[in-house]
Structures are given as structure tokens and as C-alpha cells.
Design a binder for this molecule. Structure first.
Ligand code: SF4
Length: 196
């Protein structure tokens, strides 16, 4: 079943544009994650907005699995993302089970930059990337400062998403499982035409 929720489609379009920008950066810089790493997912501190959880929530309704996942998500409040599948022997290694529809933040982590006080971009690398790629990171920083390399800017992509929600009702950051739960509810009420 295909449901009409133009907002979720617009969010997915922003995801596709960001993925392309990150792929360009990766191919020009050779910057990568630790192979098989899931360390950034393995934390109860991950927060995303309901807006960026909408594409996955919509997909769950379309598959007829939304109610089942709502019950499961309610049991994961206060825990790491329910969609993270850790390795049995080392929970810092693992995989995302919803990779295609994962939120914006999950796409950006490790591959976007923040602007420093000097207005120059600095790659927001995780601890594994810093450990494994210190030399490459120094080279990338140099190229970013020299303007010979472009990197997606965290603030720009956050703004692109936020512009889709002028009322900002769906743009508050929440613990990730709660955001998915609220996104599933939002799709339901939107289909009932109760929400604007
Ligand atoms: S949605 Fe995927 S990438 Fe994002 S925290 Fe969950 S498991 Fe990790």
C-alpha cells in the first residue's frame, strides 16, 4: 500500500541530495568509517527529529508493520536505537537494519563539517576516525582551509530539513526511539486527516 504523505517524500529527497554530496566528498577525500563500525549507534544519547524519522515511519505503515514496531519501540525508550544490530562479541561493531531510510543525523555523522570561529569548515570526525586516520584528517583539514576540497556542512543540511517544517513542530530533537515512535503516530494521525 502506498500512502500519501508529501512531507515524508520531501524529506527523502533531501536525504538523496545529502547522500550525493557525501559520496562526492568521500570519493575526493578517501575519508571512511572504521569497517563494520556501529559505535555511534550504540548509545542511548543519539537524538533526531520526528521530521527525519518520517520516511522510515511511512514505510512501516506501508508494510503494515507500524503497530508492531510501535510496541517494540516503546520497550526501547532510554536504550540505543532499536534498529541497531550489534555484533554478539563486540557491541561497538554492528549494522543499521534500516540503512536506506535512516535519519539525516545518521547520514551526516563523521562526514560533515562544522564552521569554526574563523568561519573555516572542520570535519566532525569520531574517535575511531581520528585514531585510524590522523594523517589523512590533517591533509583533509589543510585542503578544506585551502578551499581545494568541499565538505557537506552540518548546519546547511540541518537547515534544509528544517525549512520543510515551518511550524517547527516536528523539528525538536528527541531520543531516537522516541522520535521513531512519534513519527509513526504522526503518519497515522496525518492519514486520518486530523493533523494539518
Ligand atoms: S537509525 Fe541506523 S544509523 Fe541511525 S542510530 Fe539507528 S542503527 Fe544507527
Amino acid at each position: 500500500m502506498t500512502l500519501a504523505l508529501p512531507l515524508a517524500r520531501k524529506v527523502s529527497d533531501v536525504f538523496s541530495e545529502l547522500d550525493k554530496a557525501i559520496a562526492d566528498f568521500q570519493s575526493e577525500s578517501s575519508w571512511a568509517c572504521r569497517e563494520g563500525c556501529g559505535d555511534c549507534c550504540n548509545s542511548p544519547e543519539v537524538e533526531v527529529t520526528v521530521l527525519e524519522a518520517l520516511p522510515h515511519a511511512l514505510g512501516l505503515w506501508e508494510l503494515g508493520k507500524a503497530e508492531l514496531y510501535s510496541e517494540q519501540l516503546a520497550r526501547f525508550l532510554g536504550k540505543p536505537c532499536m534498529f541497531y544490530v550489534p555484533n554478539v562479541s563486540d557491541s561497538s561493531l554492528g549494522r543499521c537494519s534500516i540503512y536506506e531510510t535512516r535519519p539525516l543525523l545518521c547520514r551526516m555523522f563523521g562526514f560533515t563539517a562544522q564552521l569554526g570561529k574563523d568561519s573555516l569548515p572542520r570535519l566532525a570526525a569520531c574517535r575511531w576516525q581520528k585514531l585510524q586516520g590522523a594523517e589523512l584528517l590533517a591533509k583533509i583539514d589543510g585542503e578544506l582551509k585551502g578551499g581545494t576540497l568541499e565538505v557537506p556542512l552540518f548546519g546547511y543540511w540541518e537547515q534544509r530539513l528544517s525549512e520543510l517544517d515551518p511550524s517547527q513542530v516536528l523539528s525538536q530533537r528527541l531520543p531516537i526511539n522516541e522520535a521513531f515512535l512519534k513519527a509513526i503516530d504522526y503518519v497515522y494521525w496525518r492519514q486520518q486527516a486530523v493533523l494539518p
